[in-house]
Design a protein around this ligand. Structure first.
Ligand code: ADP
Ligand code: ZN
Length: 518
């Protein structure tokens, strides 16, 4: 093939350096936008293929592409992988001697490196080369770490705001797998990427069946679950290190080989477990969330959450480690009230306590959902799934629905009348016409929506509002005192005649398993 354009060259590089015949969704668009020197924000689920989005343009730029990454431990793997593909890449961090560091800086000055991975803490040592003479592009991986609204805030990321000012004329590409709307906006603001083109890949992982069960006798349920899946690889996520060890012991006692993995184990032990898992020497790992980051294993068939995750981002990322090969996989989550209380305790006193608590609330709503769970997950990431997924426990064992359009209209118009500034409690008070100090002092009793829902109990309104949130028709702005706000889909219900199906509130009773287990 004759190389006519940059575009041809990029395709050739895709094939020659990475061995891929085609782009995945969005990748080509992103690569071209970076090459046109426009800033990008890329939101793509784990395993979606973010790396190529900056590695491929890097090959076409004259200078080096600086890759900011939070995990020193993973840098070496990434750089080794690139070098093995014939791409000149290096990393720069505090684990290196000053000679090694100087040698790398020299290679940058000589334009011998295409990609340089660096932790934010080490940027100060690169002061001399932080100039557009040497650097052609900046990629900021795990960009949500900059936001205290994200679930993995890292103070060292906050200083990255200065980079755009130092390097104003080269393209920046910020990437993350986990960003809700507020975090997304915060990333843009803090990195000064106001003109960035935003790419949001679909977060739908259709091949992963979603199931939530009450945590009654978890151990017995897990053993049954595993025995129904012989020779399959799986991860059991637990909240505490102790639980991972207890669980693996109990499984072994039931003739199910499983290893524990957590940050308290020695580096050697952790590497050994990880290696064995990746190479199918052990099938099951009982782990804390420390396990899985950067593990490229495509045939994980199931993920069990022994405890409830802190938030939907974490849950989504963890279940996303199943089924990367696209084959049928299963995510099973146990929910218990004790877990919720423990997580609430962890959050209390934290610097961003309010954020953590409202994220936990969303997680709770997910576990208590009576509508398609995939719809809820996707609405959390700003996507609207057209129809129910058919591959979650709620879809398979559906509760009874009724036409809740009028109820939905009442809720949404109350949100609108309250100028999208009040939290759920006040919305319900207004709907029920509660005469209390706040509603009176704010003059809410004069609103046309005041008291239009007297006939429905407080608890039931709450149940309906949660369903509307879960279906994407309204949302909680947790950085604005949890105010309920409308979404771009609200108008479908308010003005365009869309029907809304709601379920009657029911007590959580014994839930049948998603798949038959003998
Ligand atoms: P992320 O960083 O989004 O989690 P990666 O960049 O690590 O994802 O890519 C995930 C997997 O998908 C990797 O195994 C990678 O080799 C593969 N991949 C990425 N892009 C393509 C493509 N265009 N064609 C085939 N495989 C791809
Ligand atoms: Zn579903």
């Amino acid at each position: 093939m004759q190389v006519n354009t940059i575009k041809d060259q990029v395709f050739l590089n895709l094939k020659n350096y990475f061995g891929y015949d085609s782009f995945r969704a969005n990748q080509q668009d992103i690569v071209e936008t970076v090459l046109q020197k426009r800033d990008c924000l890329v939101i793509m689920p784990t395993g979606g293929g973010k790396s190529i989005c900056f590695q491929l343009p890097a090959l076409s730029f004259k200078g080096v592409t600086l890759v900011i990454s939070p995990l020193i431990a993973l840098m070496k793997d990434q750089v080794d992988g690139l070098n093995a593909n014939g791409i000149a890449a290096a990393y720069f961090n505090s684990s290196q001697s000053s000679e090694q560091q100087l040698a790398i800086i020299e290679r940058v000055v000589q334009a011998e490196i295409k990609l340089l991975y660096v932790a934010p803490e080490s940027l100060a040592s690169l002061q001399n080369i932080l100039s557009e003479t040497y650097i052609s592009c900046v990629a900021i991986d795990e960009a949500h770490c900059i936001s205290s609204w994200g679930h993995d805030f890292r103070p060292s990321y906050q200083q990255l705001g200065f980079l755009k000012k130092t390097l104003p004329n080269i393209p920046f590409i910020a990437l993350t797998a986990t960003a809700d709307k507020a975090t997304r906006e915060d990333i843009i603001k803090q990195l000064h990427l106001e003109d960035a083109k935003i790419f949001i890949a679909s977060f739908d992982r259709k091949n992963i069946a979603l199931e939530v069960r009450p945590a009654n006798n978890r151990m017995a349920q897990i053993i049954k679950f595993i025995n129904a899946r012989p020779n399959q690889s799986g991860i059991i996520y637990c909240l505490s290190r102790k639980t991972t060890e207890q669980l693996s012991k109990k499984l072994k006692a039931s003739k199910i080989p499983a290893e524990a993995y957590h940050a308290g184990l020695s580096f050697e032990k952790r590497s050994k477990v990880q290696e064995a898992f990746v190479h199918d020497k052990i099938q099951i790992v009982c782990a804390t969330i420390a396990f899985g980051m950067g593990i490229d294993k495509s045939n994980v068939r199931w993920v069990v959450h022994y405890n409830m995750p802190k938030n939907i981002e974490g849950y989504y990322q963890e279940i996303g480690r199943a089924g990367r090969d696209g084959l049928k996989s299963h995510a099973l989550l146990f929910h218990s009230y004790a877990d919720v209380i423990q997580l609430q305790n962890f959050a209390s006193g934290a610097a961003n306590e309010a954020v953590q608590i409202s994220k936990l609330d969303r997680m709770k709503q997910f576990t208590e959902a009576t509508s398609c769970r995939r719809k809820i997950l996707l609405s959390y990431f700003g996507e609207l799934l057209g129809s129910n997924c058919g591959n979650c426990d709620v879809c398979k064992n559906p509760p009874q629905f009724f036409d809740g359009t009028i109820i939905a209209q009442k809720i949404l118009s109350a949100i609108y009348r309250l100028k999208q500034q009040e939290a759920m409690g006040m919305i319900i008070d207004v709907l029920r016409g509660a005469q209390n100090a706040t509603t009176i002092s704010k003059g809410y009793q004069d609103l046309s929506t005041f008291g239009i829902g007297k006939d429905i109990s407080w608890k039931h309104w709450q149940h309906f509002i949660i369903q509307l949130i879960n279906q994407g028709f309204c949302e909680i702005a947790f950085h604005k005192n949890n105010a309920l706000q409308l979404t771009k889909f609200s108008s479908y219900v308010l003005f365009k005649g869309a029907k809304v199906a709601l379920t009657k509130p029911v007590e959580i009773s014994e839930i049948k398993p998603l798949v038959k287990e003998k």
